[in-house]
Design a binder for this molecule. Structure first.
Ligand code: HC0
Ligand code: SF4
Length: 568
């Protein structure tokens, strides 16, 4: 440990810390618009400048390492003046339409302008000619709002290995463009929305679908139904003033009913069905010794990634639809008939932590009998907006259950919301199907393959199954060949595009600290630890659907309604 002095107070820092890290660890905040956890500093925005005794110039705290005895002022008049000038310059190039901006109330630039008490425009603004890119079903790009912090470029390139964005030109002509200047939908963007999570302003945001949901809710000819994804219930609490990551599942069902949804469902139920079908698919592939390893296909951003870069691996993708689509299909093709509802009158909404799910729902592969399985996808943030718009007091309502017959889920259905969760759920079903016993930790062995990949194996019916879990797409181009052709023969590879899985999806509430994402994951693990039905095959509601509708796993009906085909 080394000692530094900050604002006339002595604090401890770790050797090798940047000044910014040392300050943050001691609860002293200096602003930054470009810094990103776990990535090397770029120093682009210069807002984190501080005054260091003995240095003539202000130093960027993100890129300077602490030295023993350093004396630092984080908010001296000189520092604050410099920050204010920097923000004024950014605002000079920024449209003044905060009131109409998607990020109004959640914008880091807006917060800084308020914090620095900027009350007038100092420089004449240039005209904003950049065009809004509305091509993508997932992400809207508004280049006029871009402040050139470079975070989207870095997250897309260094965290996701996708590289959709790049700086174009230099100096005052510089802007952030897409590779080959393509609109997002025609670029290599996979729609994961990680860029939206890190964008400090309204330059990148989700495609909003709240208005069409509200239209449907007030249309007497339609039957609005909704499903909520496994990770939603542990991600919204802070938005309603509740303890971070508190599980508000039951409160959300009540709120959604109050808003006007006729039926409310849990996507985790469909995750159970998907796990059972995927297990049948995997056991079949293993029996034939072909088309292994099987790739997960429940993350649409990962599916698009495979389609774009590794088309030869498309047949490896599981043909079972994602839980979102399985739920949509069961609602339209089974629930409707059982309840004498016209399937085409059902307006099927899903609430997902994900922006790529908006794209998935629109895919042609996700229709049955000419109708989309899911009509519209709302992000978690849009769900929060909707609940607030209807003035529902989440803290003052009772918890409720989802509607029958999809009203029970196993805890592994919930696990899908975290990285490794679908692999665990699948392993439990495979083991149970082959041994009639429950898989527990003592029967699982960790396997080392390559850094950044968790892998495990278990034995069932004299066969060894080995599963790998990829968490985020970092270095995926070098990892994939090792997984496909290495010494360890894999049976299943789960890939979720977002680091950590859906709890960290691009549609989740904006948080300024990573710890909140970890708390969401912890909450899901605790749900699994606390509950009794841990395996999808033990879910009685799923059993009934097989008894009454689907028949056997992999049956004709299951194939027709729950499977799809991806092609080159
Ligand atoms: Fe996920 Fe899903 S777990 S992708 O992250 O598989 O979006 O939460 O709903 O479909 O179940 C997202 C979350 C889902 C799906 C499920 C899967
Ligand atoms: Fe969407 Fe989850 Fe995939 Fe992220 S990991 S793109 S949230 S499905």
């Amino acid at each position: 440990n080394i000692t530094i002095e900050v604002n006339n107070r002595t604090i401890q820092a770790h050797k090798g810390d940047t000044i910014l890290e040392a300050l943050n660890r001691n609860g002293i905040r200096v602003p930054t618009l470009c810094n990103m956890t776990d990535l090397t500093p770029s120093g682009a925005c210069r807002l984190c400048v501080v005054e260091v005794e003995g240095r003539d110039n202000l130093v960027t705290s993100c890129s300077h390492v602490v030295e023993n005895g350093m004396r630092i002022m984080t908010h001296s008049p000189r520092v604050v003046r410099a920050r204010k000038t920097l923000v004024e310059l950014l605002l000079a190039n920024h449209p003044d339409d905060c009131l109409y901006c998607e990020r109004n109330g959640f914008c880091e630039l807006q917060d800084l302008a308020a914090e620095l008490h900027i009350r007038e425009r100092k420089v004449l603004r240039k005209s904003f000619t950049q065009k809004l890119d509305l091509s993508s079903p997932s992400i809207v790009r508004d280049p006029a709002k871009c402040i050139l912090c470079g975070r989207c470029i870095r997250v897309c390139d260094e965290v996701q290995s996708v590289s959709t964005f790049e700086f174009v030109n230099r100096g005052c002509n510089m802007y952030v463009g897409t590779t080959l200047s393509r609109d997002l939908n025609f670029s290599n963007c996979i729609g994961c929305g990680q860029c939206v999570l890190v964008c400090p302003t309204g330059a990148l945001h989700e495609r909003q679908n709240v208005a069409e949901v509200m239209d449907a809710l007030s249309n007497p000819d339609l039957i609005p139904v909704v499903q909520i994804a496994p990770s939603i219930s542990v991600s919204v609490a802070t938005e309603f003033g509740l303890k971070p990551s508190k599980d508000v599942n039951g409160l959300l069902y009540n709120a959604l009913r109050k808003i006007g949804f006729r039926y409310v469902f849990d996507t985790a139920f469909a995750a159970d069905v998907a796990a059972i079908e995927m297990a049948a698919e995997l056991i079949d592939r293993k029996g034939k010794g072909s088309n292994l390893p099987m790739f997960s296909s429940c993350c649409p951003a990962w599916v698009k990634f495979v389609e774009q870069w590794y088309p030869d691996y498309i047949p490896a993708l599981s043909a079972v639809k994602s839980p979102q689509q399985v739920m949509g299909s069961l609602i339209r093709n089974y629930f409707a008939t059982e309840n004498e509802l016209n399937p085409s009158k059902i307006f099927s909404v899903s609430v997902m932590p994900c922006l790529a799910k908006k794209f998935e729902a629109q895919r042609e592969e996700m229709t049955t009998r000419g109708l989309s399985d899911v009509d519209t996808v709302l992000s978690t943030r849009e769900l929060v907006r909707l609940i607030k718009l209807y003035g529902i007091d989440i803290q003052g309502i009772e918890s409720q259950h989802p509607d029958k017959p999809f009203n029970i889920r196993s805890s592994s259905g919930k696990l899908f919301g975290i990285s490794g969760g679908s692999a665990e759920a699948l392993a439990r079903v495979v083991y149970h199907k082959l041994t009639s016993k429950e898989l527990n930790d003592s029967k699982i062995t960790e396997v080392k393959i390559v850094s950044g990949v968790k892998a495990f194996s278990f034995n069932a019916d004299e066969q060894t199954f080995t599963f790998a879990v990829v968490n985020g797409l970092k270095n995926i181009h070098s990892i994939l060949p090792v997984l496909m052709g290495g010494d360890v023969k894999l049976d299943y590879i789960e890939v979720m595009a977002c680091p950590g899985g859906c709890v960290n999806g691009g549609g989740q509430p904006y948080v300024d600290e990573e710890k909140y994402v970890k708390l969401r994951a912890k909450a899901i693990i605790e749900i699994d630890e606390a509950e009794g039905i841990k395996c999808a095959t033990r879910n009685p509601a799923v059993q009934s659907i097989y008894d009454e509708f689907l028949g056997e796993t992999g049956s004709e009906k299951a194939k027709k309604f729950l499977y799809t085909r991806y092609s080159k």
